[in-house]
Design a protein around this ligand. Structure first.
Ligand code: ASP
Length: 346
């Protein structure tokens, strides 16, 4: 239906709305809230459209849920940071504790969406759905994917089927879990994949289908570190690598170093030697991989026991970094205890 300018928005009947789930939308910015000239899907600013406007622009949302939108930030997710993460975590916990909402949807840029999802997954112990959603094309582009994604995210967050599944990401008709999801393409709308596990489920305007039943998860229940997140650097391995990046991280007082290693989390002799030195000085060293799929296991090509290293298993470097920050922030710092926590979280 096309409304004449000034026509009141179409609303669900109040009687019907009473029985609808209550969804809290927390808006943080990103391309989903970006604007550009109508034909353009490039040269735009992430952020700019408010959460309330986003919600109001999606036809039919008010038939799915009673929605309350709050603006937490309005930034591109390249600028996402631990202050906003802490704000999100506190607001979600408060909303569920006070029974203000049956589910939460977070609108977010796609660049670091997997990191926000993984952070929240580790610090929230909630059974109600928490769903992150974004868009690859700005809200004013002819081919905007945000409205459809937001509709489906609300649908997923409003569903009983989504309870006890941890934090989820919904993009392009696909439901992903926080631990496995990763952005794999700079521009495609089908950018989010789950290399080590596959998607959790599928969603379209008519149905939600999960491939596996929800299962109670082993939760580390990590507290939000009151002193903020400690400094943990990611060092990117490559051919012809020297020790400079690692020495710079040590010099900058990093409390942890995550190796985005070649292959199964490997690096040159020079780099491994410098990492071993760092571990000997009490810096938490975690081996992950730059490859994007597969596991980094202990003591395969690198002698982790001897060097005092931790391995990240399936966690990519950016998620291994977050878990390392949270563990150190919770006082878990010895290689054995950090490894145990990575094992427990796996
Ligand atoms: N740079 C944007 C962001 O992450 C890209 C996006 O949202 O797709 O906020």
């Amino acid at each position: 239906m096309i409304l004449a300018a000034g026509s009141p928005a179409v609303r669900a009947e109040p009687a019907r709305q009473e029985h609808l789930p209550r969804i809290l939308v927390l808006a943080t910015g990103g391309t989903i809230a970006g604007t550009a000239s109508a034909r353009s899907a490039i040269a735009y600013n992430a952020g700019g459209v408010l959460g309330e406007q986003l919600v109001a622009s999606v036809p039919g949302l008010d038939q799915l849920a009673v929605i309350k939108a709050e603006q937490v930030s309005n930034i591109g997710s390249q600028d996402m940071n631990s202050q906003v993460w802490t704000q999100l975590a506190k607001r979600i916990k408060q909303a569920f504790d006070r029974n203000e909402a049956d589910g939460v949807v977070i609108t977010h840029g796609t660049d670091t969406m997997e990191e926000t999802a993984f952070f929240l997954d580790n610090v929230l112990d909630v059974s109600k759905p928490v769903v992150l959603v974004g868009a690859m094309r700005p809200s004013s582009a002819v081919s905007a994917d945000g409205p459809g994604n937001l509709y489906e995210a609300v649908e997923v967050a409003a569903s009983e089927k989504s309870r006890n599944r941890g934090v989820l990401v919904v993009m392009n008709d696909t439901i992903h879990t926080a631990r496995v999801v990763t952005k794999t393409n700079t521009t495609s709308v089908q950018t989010f994949l789950d290399p080590n596990d596959g998607p959790a489920g599928l969603v379209d305007p008519a149905s939600i289908h999960y491939f596996m039943p929800a299962a109670p998860r082993h939760k580390l229940a990590l507290a939000l570190p009151s002193a903020g997140l400690p400094r943990v650097e990611i060092v990117y391995a490559h051919a012809d690598m020297d020790a400079d990046q690692i020495e710079a991280a040590v010099h900058d007082h990093a409390k942890g170093i995550v190796l985005a290693g070649v292959g199964d989390g490997n690096a040159s002799q020079a780099a491994l030697g410098a990492l071993e030195d760092a571990a000997r000085h009490g810096i938490v060293v975690v081996r992950s991989s730059r490859v994007g799929g597969g596991l980094v296991n202990r003591n395969v090509e690198v002698s982790d026991d001897k060097a005092g290293f931790v391995v990240s298993y399936d966690l990519n470097p950016q998620k291994a970094r977050l878990l390392t920050q949270l563990l150190i922030g919770n006082g878990i710092t010895t290689p054995a205890n950090v490894q145990q926590a990575f094992d427990d979280a796996y």
